[in-house]
Design a protein around this ligand. Sequence first.
Ligand code: PLP
Length: 398
Amino acid sequence: MKTVYLDNNATTPIAPEVYEAMIPYLTGQYFNPSSMYGPATEVGDALKAAKRTIAHFLGVGNVTQILPTSCATESNNTAIYGAVRANPGRRHIITTSVEHPAVLEVCKDLQRQGYEVDFLPVDTHGTLDVRAFIRALRPDTLLVSIMHANNETGVIFPVDELARVTKETDQSILFHTDATQTAGKLPINLRGSFKNVDLLSFSGHKLHAPKGVGALFIRRGTPIRPYLIGGHQESGRRGGTENVAFIVGLARACELATEHRDGEDRLRGMRDRLESSLQESIPYLEVNGKGAPRLPNTSNVAVHYIEGEGMLYQLDEAGICASSGSACTSGSLEPSHVLKAMDVPFTAMHGSIRFSLSHYNDESDVDHVLDVFPRVVASLRKLSPYWDSETDRPTGKI
Ligand code: PLP
């Protein structure tokens, strides 16, 4: 049976070109990039070249602003704890209620340590109120950490505007964004529209590089303490021998993402066809975040009166990989904190499914979902106590 992989916001397949680029550094070119002899300096040069490519991908020229990490979780932890430790005079942080746990849990941890944290709410479309954000800025605000796009719904936040008003209010407030879901999907220019962003995180495995590599952009002059303390690698900003092969792979993935940018319309076209056809064939189905600017590859559909787990199980049996909530919350019975924050009705909260595409998908994948999913929903609704299968409508009793 063919596998139709539609869970690219959880992770992506490694691009063959990325794999090819990594092989020399997993085999003959194994030298420590910090060592002083000839073959090692060549590896050190490859590391520098990779960082230059990553910097270029983000629109910046200076490679010292790129800190390779092991994943976006590490990038986010480094950005937030690093900023907090370097700025002991301030105690207030602003974030949102829909961040990935790699930011949310760090902020909750800081709250337990006595920091004041504002978790800004979103509306039913998943969007932020910019005026409420401006009101939240305070003279003692240390850091703002707001994601670029949401991993569950694909809703995009106006990071350029939020960073601009932050700096207009107070130049010394640090602005961090978790761009894990946008790097490779949307253009990012840290010298252009993102020029007020101080810290930006992303992860390789969301853009066809392997798991186990990520990066943190740290704008020159940003006060930040190292998070991983050890050797003098990365000018003392992160101890630990660099994972050269994976960083080279990440750089190649960044180049490919730039080459594939013109595929955005094709992705959006497939996503839109998926959504409109599902809405036509399945009653009581809504698209979470539809009223907001969204990533072109992400569709989070709320199917009323049934459970996400049951749908996932039956989709899996038909060879379709999708997810309910984020990869981090799937497997738990707790409804997604993102959908809760959006006030998704109770009847749909547990029945949301995320399909996320990549440029490796094609129209036949969409066709397969359109063939299978309406039948899955119909069969589960027949078993649902809240659904009257005779009349194809909800009983109204919850
Ligand atoms: N931030 C966002 C928005 C994500 O979607 C994810 C992963 O899903 C992460 C952070 C964590 O990424 P990693 O698995 O590379 O630590």
